[in-house]
Design a protein around this ligand. Structure first.
Ligand SMILES: Cc1ncc(COP(=O)(O)O)c(C=O)c1O
Length: 381
């Protein structure tokens, strides 16, 4: 399906709301029926028909249709946060006594879910170095039910070979899921490579303006139906109609924003790879990246996130660099219009990653200005 059609028209029923170009925010928890038979019909189709907004809300339904189509999935569910989507997807695949294999260094709360939370329910996890596909097969136990991937991850940006891993998983009857927040469906299509479940933090590129928190699961009709009637309805971590509307507005410009952010980031990467004060650049499409051929095989391009190791003598040097930047905000998250910087040394010591590591998110500003700003700040150390 054509992306412009998806973003501008799919799922929109304009004649039902006064031919308004922007869909209405249906800010209603409850929906009523003209007779018992129509009430009964709606109850039979709770995931598709509005009865009560914890299940189905018309504004959210428009968003679900667009997100599923962007992914090439049968269906999608939208959650209150990326973490809620990840937790719901994982929990839909495991029960007490089961085992999960997860790639090293996923998003911090995915680690917490698997290593700290689900162990309380007798679900165990093995973390593996995902740059070597055979590590997944080696970690398989008789009770392994799920493989969790994040390719690339959002600090050190290592990739996993999605097609190869999904083949191994299929051979062993194991479900695969990926956090595809970095790439968006525009730059990487995991379902086409054999992955079963794709999850997103919608707070990043889908929202795109740093003004909402949301999450997404895309998968087959059967899986989405299962998740809807279990984790989605039970845990109730739903998006509000207003946030769904903001995300609808955000995705209208998804293609423009993602391309701009990725193209500018590539320029910054090309510049920093040659900079004398930069020890290493982490980016899927960096010319010196050992996984460049895999990146080219399964991704269309990078995105706005990149990480560098700075040739600094002390944490104070890193602080000087960050504090000297004029165009970058010191903040977590990414995927919005604004460029950001996140130094590892802002966290609590002992650090789990090198103290001289800094993550940059390249937003929609003029890339030449961003490069000049970085150069100027590097000159200060
Ligand atoms: C890669 C990745 N996955 C998931 C999440 C969690 O998403 P949310 O903050 O929407 O819960 C984040 C948030 O930073 C993230 O960066």
């Amino acid at each position: 399906m054509d992306i412009s059609y998806i973003l501008n028209h799919l799922g929109e029923d304009r004649e039902h709301y006064f031919n308004a170009v922007a869909p209405p925010i249906i800010q209603s928890s409850n929906f009523c029926f003209k007779d018992v038979n129509s009430f009964r019909l709606a109850i039979e189709n709770e995931s598709k028909m509005p009865i009560y907004s914890r299940g189905c809300n018309p504004t959210v339904t428009i968003l679900r249709k667009k997100l599923a189509a962007l992914e090439g999935a049968d269906d999608a569910l939208v959650f209150a946060s990326g973490s809620a989507a990840i937790a719901s997807a994982v929990m839909s695949c495991v029960k007490g006594g089961d085992h999960v294999i997860c790639v090293n260094k996923p998003y911090s709360w995915t680690t917490a879910l698997l290593n700290d939370y689900l162990v309380n329910y007798n679900v165990t996890t093995t973390m593996v170095d995902g740059t070597h596909t055979e590590n997944f097969e080696k970690a398989i136990l008789p009770n392994t039910k799920l493989i969790v991937l994040e390719s690339p991850n959002t600090f050190t940006l290592e990739l996993q070979d999605l097609e190869a891993i999904s083949k191994i998983a299929k051979k062993h009857g194991i479900t695969t899921m990926i956090d595809n927040s970095y790439s968006t469906p525009l730059n990487q299509k995991p379902l086409a490579l054999g992955i079963d479940i794709v999850v997103y933090s919608g707070s990043k590129y889908f929202g795109g303006h740093s003004d909402l928190v949301a999450g997404v699961i895309c998968s087959s009709k059967e899986r989405i139906h299962e998740i809807f009637s279990k984790e989605f309805m039970t845990l109730g971590a739903i998006i509000s109609p207003h946030d769904a509307w903001l995300m609808l507005r955000g995705i209208r410009t998804l293609e423009l924003r993602v391309n701009r952010s990725a193209e500018s980031a590539q320029k910054v990467v090309n510049h920093l790879e040659k900079h004398p004060k930069i020890e290493k650049v982490f980016y899927p499409f960096a010319s010196k990246n050992e996984q460049l051929s895999l990146a080219k095989k399964q991704m269309k391009q990078g995105s706005g996130l990149l990480t560098v190791l700075i040739k600094a003598k002390s944490v104070e040097d890193i602080e000087t660099f960050c504090n000297s930047l004029k165009c970058f905000l010191l903040a977590v998250s990414w995927g919005g219009h604004e460029s950001l910087i996140f130094p590892i040394c802002a966290g609590k010591a002992p650090y789990t990653l090198p103290w001289n590591m800094v993550r940059l998110y390249i937003g929609l500003e003029n890339p030449e200005e961003l490069i000049a700003d970085i150069d100027n700040a590097l000159d200060k150390i």
